[in-house]
Design a protein around this ligand. Structure first.
Ligand code: ZN
Length: 78
């Protein structure tokens, strides 16, 4: 199990996401950003828009996705 924060995933806060894979923490961040948008949290809106754009343009977002996977792989296992 590894931990990545909202900030490490491009967001503005230090909320921690835990997961066994990069996909787990990316999905957790996606949900967190959706919740923030629903709550009217303006600080998270740019990250939310970026994430939405990634789902819409998966090929263009491969760089971000691979970087996130690499960062996840480099984390110590806790
Ligand atoms: Zn956050």
């Amino acid at each position: 199990m590894k931990t990545m924060t909202c900030r490490q995933l491009g967001g503005p806060c230090d909320l921690e996401h835990h997961g066994e894979s990069a996909d787990d923490v990316i999905n957790a961040q996606d949900k967190h950003l959706k919740d923030a948008e629903k709550a009217g949290d303006a600080a998270h809106q740019p990250a939310r828009d970026a994430m939405k754009g990634r789902w819409r343009h998966p090929k263009k977002s491969l760089g971000w996705y691979n970087d996130t996977k690499k960062a996840f792989a480099a984390l110590p296992d806790a």
